[in-house]
Design a binder for this molecule. Structure first.
Ligand code: XIL
Length: 334
């Protein structure tokens, strides 16, 4: 089967994958990652919960280091995910009652430590999922959508730019990314949140906040583009984000059998073919807009290790690491 990492290298789009340190010890799986992907994103190891499970000053680096070492030793780009996320926080932070001053000091220190430890990171998801999912009052101003109730907002109202400025101060060259889900298309079911993120990024760029790109996760199910116009709205969204001077990273691409939380009702040849067509569509779009869409990563390589479980059949390789129709469809586009 074609080696995706080599056939995609000259395409202008960096092809990546999420991997966790434990699975990197599986030699067959590691071979798959080395052969087919040019970038690696640590699936969980570099998040606050994994780095500081016990307390604010006790860092456990070994698992995040393991993914970074895999990248450095195998000549892969390292996509550092993620400095600040509202979810997956350790109890000491989730249940802690920090004063704004103390939380600000810890947060700046955390970003400094993590950025300094991985200086060769190609891109960093500085903020993950900082915008709400619903907008009861509609989306008008840029900060309307900022996710309320996370640890930083509104305790530290300027936490978004604080994070980007701190990350840039430590690493002058890494691509600093704002990463989120359900923000791919200007039309259809993703419209409102896409607009909220666009407004937020336009506002921050206009104030000189050092943001280089937006990470569009693309955790989709097979019906994601069924509503007419939804897929076309992705191209328009790429264009308006590009006009802000931002690049787009497709960061967590997958096409699951069913929406998040729903069991997979059936999976057959027609499902495999639809999944292949969807991976092909997104790959073609990123390649057609490679001046804006500079990388695309799938959230895992094999269904065996998919975070949604193997029964969602979401990825390019099946549970036995065999390539699925989606793999060949994606390969043909490069
Ligand atoms: C998920 C990982 O896949 C899981 O292994 C972990 O337990 C929780 O986080 N959006 C994101 C990712 O940005 O960080 C999440 O990854 C999936 C949703």
């Amino acid at each position: 089967i074609p080696a995706l990492a080599s056939i995609s290298r000259s395409s202008g789009v960096l092809l990546g994958v999420a991997a966790s340190s434990g699975k990197l010890n599986d030699t067959d799986y590691k071979k798959l990652l080395v052969r087919h992907f040019s970038s690696v994103t640590p699936e969980a190891e570099c998040k606050i919960k994994e780095l500081t499970p016990q307390g604010p000053d006790h860092y456990v680096w070994d698992k995040c280091d393991a993914v970074y070492r895999y990248a450095v030793e195998n000549g892969k780009y390292f996509r550092l995910h993620t400095l600040l996320w509202w979810d997956h926080l350790p109890d000491w932070l989730d249940k802690g009652s920090f004063s704004p001053r103390k939380l600000r000091a810890w947060t700046v220190g955390h970003i400094e430590k993590v950025m300094a430890r991985y200086p060769d990171a190609y891109a960093v998801d500085v903020i993950n999922e900082g915008v709400a999912d619903e907008f009861p009052g509609g989306v008008t101003a840029s900060l309307d959508g900022v996710r309320r109730g996370n640890k930083w907002f509104p305790l530290i109202p300027d936490y978004l730019e604080l994070a980007f400025k701190t990350a840039r101060r430590v690493n002058p060259t890494a691509k600093l990314i704002y990463n989120d889900y359900n923000i791919a298309s200007m039309y259809g079911w993703m419209r409102e949140k896409s607009n909220a993120v666009y407004l937020l990024l336009r506002d921050m760029k206009s104030r000189g906040v050092p943001i280089d790109g937006v990470g569009i996760q693309m955790h989709f199910c097979l019906s994601a583009f069924d509503e007419p116009g939804t897929f076309e709205g992705i191209a328009y969204n790429f264009q308006r984000l590009g006009q802000l001077g931002l690049e787009v990273h497709i960061t967590e691409l997958e096409f699951n059998c069913s929406p998040y939380g729903d069991p997979c009702p059936r999976w057959n040849r027609a499902s495999l073919d639809k999944q292949a067509a969807l991976y092909r569509q997104v790959t073609r779009l990123c390649l057609d807009y490679s001046h804006i869409c500079t990388m695309m990563s799938t959230w895992g390589a094999s269904d065996r290790f998919s975070w949604r479980g193997p029964e969602q059949h979401a990825l390019l390789f099946d549970e036995e690491f065999r390539p699925k129709p989606a793999f060949f469809a994606l390969a043909e586009e490069f």
